[in-house]
Design a binder for this molecule. Structure first.
Ligand SMILES: [Zn+2]
Length: 507
């Protein structure tokens, strides 16, 4: 249990989004099969939405003047909460977030992998002025504060004074509305940090009830060391941990999910509050340099090992590379053949062209095995998250949640429907410590998704990553319909969470 001792800040209450005048204030959804998000089995009931909340569940009948929705044959679930979503920039330009609500997502958590907007307060205020269709919450990024303090001189461990300054910035961000600290220790800026630095920053976040979300230092051959570091950070900082996109991403660790899970189970038994999320694809999306963990990007031996580790150069596809658009949508193997180079030479050429343009190629690496993904998804502490977002060139950006429901639940029977929905709703809500979302219960917010369990399926592919899914019939955010009959309604009732007026409490 976490003890609350002192109320530090009470933020002024917000005006909240304005509701249109011409809509009925209550809606009754009739005859849906309800999956309440807690893992309980399906049950048929009617649900009344009053304003932004669920006001009644049961055999209730609609009253005159109420809007009714006939939902026979459909499943009504809590709206999906995507705890790892990269729509930070997307939401500024595309607050309708069509590709997200089309999947049934009603809340996104932004600022993952150590990278967040800065400063946090003004960015969140801008979102409160220009509402999105869905709710959002924000993590403060470790690399973001590291760069604030160290500038371009980040290729070294931070001094004690610098770490103290970073912790101060984490504290500031938490008070301005961030809900936790994210890190991306595999990425350039954070890769030079020592464990102690991350522990110090995690303590600052824990002090204000935040959690620690991390893309760990290595998801390849050193996966186990990186996992142990993550657990140590959680234990030393006394902070709940969210392991981002759990995976085993190189040949050397393929099929080791049972051992990986055992390490996590042991840590959970010792008392660490450890949860993880997983996206339903066997391929990752990142920059070309993460392939080579020793950072010897132009060393033929290092590059050769890196390509072999992911299963070969045919497993790496360039998806986004502004300096040379002709590379896009091709594998390194194909490009090597076309350019009469070895795959290693081709890799080095792409890195050099990127360096010359001060950028890095975005790549998709197909380097996970299905049996590991299945093993992870079958753990009670693993939730569904996309690691995608608006404009993502990986199909997870538009397909994640329907894919789990269509492929893993309906076709492969890896999970029951109630368990899959729990992983999309109350489990992320548990990590966020939100009691009134992620569940269908009287008094909870009416973030809801109505879908057809027989047809729901993703359609986004690596070739066509923006194809929207099928079978998501209606989506409500705080009682307002945002997705209906295959398109957005145009409503933007999304809120910044947690809402102002909620006390930020220090331990
Ligand atoms: Zn990541």
């Amino acid at each position: 249990m976490r003890t609350l001792s002192m109320v530090l800040i009470l933020v002024a209450s917000s005006a909240g989004p304005t509701a249109s005048q011409d809509k009925p204030s209550t809606t009754v959804i009739l005859h849906a099969q309800i999956v309440d998000g807690t893992g309980n089995p399906l049950r048929q009931a009617n649900v009344r939405i009053s304003g932004d909340r669920i006001s009644e569940i049961g055999t209730l009948q609609p009253k005159t003047g109420e809007r009714t929705i006939e939902a026979k044959g459909l499943v009504l679930a809590p709206g999906f909460i995507d705890i790892h979503n990269h729509s930070t920039e997307g939401i500024e330009n595309d607050p309708l977030a069509e590709s997200q609500i089309a999947q049934g997502i009603t809340t996104v958590v932004l600022g993952a992998d150590g990278d967040s907007p800065w400063p946090v307060g003004p960015w969140l205020d801008a979102r409160r002025k220009n509402h999105a269709s869905l709710n959002l919450a924000l993590m403060v990024g470790h690399a973001t504060v590291r760069e604030q303090v160290m500038g371009k001189d980040f290729k070294r461990p931070a001094t004690e004074a610098e770490v103290a300054k970073m912790a101060q910035l984490v504290d500031q961000a938490m008070r301005e509305g961030a809900i936790g600290l994210s890190s991306g220790l595999e990425y350039e800026v954070a890769s030079y940090s020592k464990t102690d630095e991350v522990v110090a920053l995690s303590r600052a976040a824990a002090h204000l009830q935040g959690f620690y979300m991390t893309h760990i230092r290595d998801e390849a051959d050193q996966s186990f060391d990186a996992l142990n570091e993550e657990i140590a950070i959680g234990e030393r900082a006394h902070i709940p941990v969210e392991h981002s996109h759990i995976k085993l991403g190189t040949v050397g660790v393929w099929n080791k999910a049972p051992e990986y899970i055992a390490v996590i189970e042991a840590a959970r038994k010792r008392g660490i509050d450890f949860l993880a999320d997983c996206y339903p694809y066997d391929a990752w999306h990142s920059n070309i340099k993460v392939l080579v963990p020793d950072k010897q990007y132009e060393n033929p031996q290092s590059v050769a090992k890196a390509l072999a580790d992911v299963g070969g150069a045919n497993h790496v596809t360039i998806v986004d590379f502004p300096p040379n658009l002709s590379y896009e949508s091709h594998t390194i193997e194909d490009l090597a053949r076309a350019n009469k180079l070895t795959a290693v030479e081709m890799y080095i050429r792409i890195v050099r062209e990127g360096d010359a343009a001060n950028t890095e190629a975005n790549v998709i690496g197909q380097s996970m095995v299905e049996s590991d993904i299945q093993a992870f998804y079958q753990q009670s502490w693993v939730m569904v998250a996309s690691d995608g977002g608006i404009g993502s060139r990986h199909p997870r950006g538009a397909g994640t949640f329907p894919r789990v429901l269509g492929l893993y639940v309906r076709e492969r029977h890896w999970l029951s429907l109630p368990e899959a929905v729990r992983k999309m709703t109350s489990l992320p809500a548990q990590r966020l410590a939100w009691k009134d979302r992620g569940v269908i219960r009287k008094g909870a917010f009416a973030d809801l998704v109505l879908f057809n369990p027989d047809t729901v399926v993703d359609r986004a592919t690596f070739a066509k990553p923006f194809e929207l899914p099928l079978g998501i019939e209606k989506v409500f955010v705080s009682g307002t319909l945002v997705w209906n009959a295959g398109k957005p309604t145009g409503e933007r009732p999304g809120r910044v969470l947690p809402e102002k007026g909620v006390a930020i409490v220090a331990k």
